[in-house]
Design a protein around this ligand. Structure first.
Ligand SMILES: NC(=O)c1ccc[n+]([C@@H]2O[C@H](COP(=O)([O-])OP(=O)(O)OC[C@H]3O[C@@H](n4cnc5c(N)ncnc54)[C@H](OP(=O)(O)O)[C@@H]3O)[C@@H](O)[C@H]2O)c1
Length: 344
């Protein structure tokens, strides 16, 4: 096995992307071979076979030269993201062949991972492995710490979630229900609205694309105002939410996906509401919570076991389907967590 040479297919970024991404911005390259061993001199290197690759909208940001909070992808090299993988060979004392791991890996069949930090050993295999790309991985942690810590929800409070059927939003809604809150979500189709109410247990949901006046829509669902807003989209939605926040409300700013593909961002007009209503608006980045993974894992595994949390994913088969699967995030064609499954 160690000396075996295999083709290592990769999805590489053709060039930096400006504006809305196209499938052709990512190219499948299959002309490279690798040996199934960690090369000499690669101390602490871990060679993995990728099993599941997670499609996450923050990866669009990394396709821009001037990316925001993490380094951009390098044109001509495979893009990277969160995934679940099996260790093939290791020069790292904490990992050995056969271990299952999740963390940052390449969009390729095999990856040589040199940094220990983002690689977490999977100890519990009583759940489907793909859960570690989502409910028990980075999106789950984002929902948990963003909502529970930044949102600081209390029983009986009114919670609004935008981008609510996304991997993170659907979990935030369920964490809100577990906390005893009233929760409303918005999404971009009737099918997604139904899913929020029937599968994820949101109290109410609406299709933001069919609302002429977002402020009026929010007043309909929150006659008494919003205590906690979990922000995924930014732009016009944020502006309308600011008008509907209650005094001392909290806004957990997770993302502003409406800005990802625009060079000119819609201005937010109502920011002064933060002052008038003593709103605490706080952005956060999940990387800062990774050391608290065990706490999150315990809570969420238990909730899954007790059937208190549900999760929906869209699976795309094979590495070659990755670019289409990734770009569906920006058209909203995905429902739930978008994940690419390796064929073998
Ligand atoms: N702060 C952090 O540490 C952190 C960590 C991970 C991810 N994030 C960010 O959190 C956000 C949610 O992630 P996720 O994985 O749950 O989402 P996701 O599964 O990637 O969902 C994306 C959804 O966003 C909606 N959307 C796309 N463009 C939109 C627009 N212009 N306006 C409004 N909605 C739009 C679409 O649904 P509709 O059909 O409903 O429009 C789409 O299905 C992402 O933007 C991601 O980058 C932040």
């Amino acid at each position: 096995m160690a000396n075996q040479e295999v083709v290592n297919r990769k999805i590489v970024l053709r060039d930096y992307v400006v504006g809305f991404p196209q499938k052709s911005d990512l190219v499948l390259v299959s002309n490279e071979k690798i040996k199934l061993e960690v090369p000499e001199g690669s101390e602490n290197g871990v060679l993995v076979k990728n099993l599941y690759l997670s499609c996450d909208s923050f990866m669009r940001d990394r396709m821009s030269k001037d990316c925001s909070y993490i380094p951009p992808f390098i044109p001509g090299e495979p893009i990277t993201g969160y995934g679940v993988a099996k260790v093939v060979d290791s020069r790292h004392p904490e990992f050995k062949a056969g271990n299952l791991v999740w963390g940052l890996t390449g969009w390729e069949d095999y990856s040589l991972i040199m940094q220990r930090e983002p690689l977490i050993k999977i100890e519990h295999t009583d759940v489907p492995l793909s859960y570690y790309t989502r409910i028990l991985g980075m999106p789950g942690m984002t929902a948990y710490f963003g909502f529970m810590e930044i949102g600081s929800p209390k029983k009986g409070e009114y919670v609004f979630v935008s981008g609510a059927t996304g991997a993170i939003g659907q979990l935030v809604g369920q964490f809100a229900k577990l906390t005893g809150c009233y929760v409303v979500g918005c999404a971009g189709s009737q099918e997604k609205v139904d899913l929020l109410k029937t599968t994820f247990g949101f109290d109410e949901a609406f299709n933001y694309k069919e609302e002429q006046d977002l402020d009026a829509a929010l007043k309909r669902y929150f006659p008494e105002g919003i205590d906690v807003y979990f922000e995924n989209v930014g732009g016009k939605m944020l502006d309308a939410v600011l008008l509907n926040m209650r005094n001392h409300g909290r806004i957990a700013a997770c993302s502003m996906i409406s800005q990802y593909n625009c060079e000119q961002h819609e201005g937010v007009q109502n920011l002064f509401m933060v002052v008038i209503k003593s709103i605490r608006m706080e952005g956060f980045v999940v990387f800062n919570y990774f050391q608290r993974y065990p706490e999150f894992l315990e809570f969420t595994r238990q909730s899954i076991k007790e059937g208190k949390i549900k999760f929906v994913e869209d699976k795309a088969e094979g590495l070659e389907s990755g670019p289409t699967a990734l770009f569906e995030l920006f058209t909203g064609s995905n429902t739930g967590k978008q994940v690419v499954v390796s064929r073998d």
